[in-house]
Design a protein around this ligand. Structure first.
Ligand code: GUN
Ligand code: FE
Length: 482
């Protein structure tokens, strides 16, 4: 996705990736031999590569490479609950399903089972980067980071902060801001210990949402965000939280933080709004809040599956984009029912169509503005890749196939000709006894009239993990479909 709404199709191209996982060349495939020679002669010498280590993966007919998906908002400990929400809405859903499940993951063996299958499943869906909320427990959160590193999934791993003693249940909360901060530092330090340069796994500060946190907790997280440096190449810590998801939540925030101008202002006053702040949902932000978010350089995780499942609303994605706010996609498992970013992309397109219909609260919106709300296949795929990369501050590292970016990619197969074995049919000619063998190549002609744009649209609306044949992160093969 070269820019919002524009996919660049590179036919018969070769992408060369070095052993550090970086894309070093993108060349026409007819020059593949030249490329390989060049790699062998120059790069191998320069980088002391062994030419025998070179591996080639070729997309068969009907297959294509696509940048890995970026899930900017997913709760790993809620993975077992995916699909379970009934008719609940946010605040009762948290109490009924979510806090009990999260608190049960204090058990390390249980956390290991849940997190390992969550990582396996998201990789199988082509998610090469995930911004994970864990739980408030330090050891299980650290285990999630360990498992991401071992599985090779690029990840942000956040220990959830929730120290408010009224909103959070007694069985699942930090007992004080001190405790929230100490546990947060322990989780940050662990990630730094296992991946000092944050090459694959990064910590992320995670105040659950304003109602869950005291002012002291948020202010100290804001200070930690800015003060973090540690002498490395890491400047500010990223932050993730929820914002303006649901009407009852808005009322709660207003009652709890009367001194603040708005929900966004709560985070801003506590130093939590900045570049690499990922705001989940943002369904009900006012224009003033959107402009504040844009000024601070914070981004939004658009979670359409969750917003529909929990009856939260339809996020104003076009307004956010028009205001210059970066937007990525989030599955928001298990507010969202699916761990697939492709499903989130599909739902982003459908929900945007709802905003374009002249019914309900959109009836009074002028026709042109309503029509503009619609998101195309090309746009939702942008959100799923480069959009998410931008929101997470990874725009210079992943999201596309530019030279210099890292090879986070999926090999997608559409079940075309190459997927089917050639079927030999006996054709009877006339009434004779001599059958003539002909090869039936299945639906080859059907694909003769489809453009690649149409094939990609079919993938977005009808595809799933069966189409994801192989997945790489930083050049490492991390998933292969049998
Ligand atoms: N707001 C606070 N916590 C959560 C959560 O776990 N999921 C969603 N969707 N919204 C939240
Ligand atoms: Fe969420």
């Amino acid at each position: 996705s070269v820019k919002l709404g524009e996919l660049q199709y590179m036919h018969d191209m070769a992408v060369c990736v070095d052993k550090f996982g970086k894309i070093v060349a993108v060349e026409p495939q007819r020059d593949l031999e030249n490329v390989m020679e060049n790699v062998k002669e120059t790069l191998c010498q320069k980088l002391a590569w062994d030419a025998h280590d070179l591996a080639v993966t070729i997309a068969k007919e009907g297959q294509f490479f696509f940048p890995g998906f970026i899930d900017t908002h997913i709760h790993a400990p809620q993975y077992p609950n995916a699909g379970i929400f009934g008719k609940s809405t946010l605040l009762d859903w948290l109490n009924k399903y979510t806090f009990p499940m999260e608190s049960s993951l204090a058990s390390l063996p249980k956390a290991r089972r849940v997190y390992a299958s969550c990582i396996r499943r998201t990789l199988a869906h082509g998610t090469t980067t995930a911004a994970y909320y864990a739980t408030l427990h330090v050891e299980p959160t650290n285990l999630l980071a360990d498992l991401c590193l071992a599985a090779g999934q690029r990840a942000f791993v956040g220990r959830v902060c929730m120290d408010d003693r009224d909103v959070n249940p007694a069985y699942y909360r930090d007992e004080s801001a001190d405790e929230a901060l100490a546990r947060t530092r322990a989780a940050v330090d662990h990630v730094r210990a296992i991946d000092p340069a944050f090459a694959l796994v990064s910590p992320i500060l995670t105040p659950r949402f304003a109602p869950s946190c005291t002012r002291e907790c948020m202010a100290r997280l804001g200070a930690l965000r800015r003060s973090y440096g540690g002498g490395g190449d890491v400047e500010e810590l990223p932050v993730q939280t929820h914002i303006a998801e649901n009407a009852a939540e808005l009322a709660l925030v207003k009652a709890m933080f009367p001194e603040c101008d708005s929900y966004a202002d709560v985070y801003d006053r506590h130093g939590l709004l900045g570049a690499r702040t990922v705001l989940g949902h943002a369904v009900h932000l006012t224009d003033a809040e959107i402009s504040l978010v844009a000024r601070r350089g914070a981004g939004v995780a658009h979670c359409p599956c969750s917003n529909s499942a929990l009856t939260s609303g339809e996020a104003p994605v076009r307004r956010l984009l028009d205001a210059g706010v970066g937007v990525g996609l989030g599955t928001d498992v298990s507010g969202g029912y699916s761990a697939s970013v492709l499903e989130a992309a599909r739902q982003a397109a459908l929900v945007s169509n709802h905003r374009a219909m002249p019914v309900g609260k959109w009836a009074d919106v002028p026709d042109g503005e309503r029509e503009r709300a619609r998101l195309s296949v090309e746009e939702v795929l942008h959100l799923a890749t480069r959009g998410g990369a931008g929101v997470l501050g990874l725009g210079a590292r992943v999201g596309g196939f530019d030279v210099g970016l890292e090879w986070d990619a999926q090999l997608v197969g559409l079940g075309l000709v190459a997927e089917r074995p050639d079927v030999e049919h006996e054709y009877e000619h006339g009434h004779g006894h001599h059958g003539t063998r002909a090869t039936d190549r299945g639906n080859v002609d059907i694909f003769g009239w489809e453009t690649w744009e149409e094939r990609v649209a079919k993938w977005v609306f009808g595809g799933d993990d069966r189409n994801v044949k192989k997945v790489w992160v930083r050049g490492r093969l991390v998933h292969e479909r049998e």
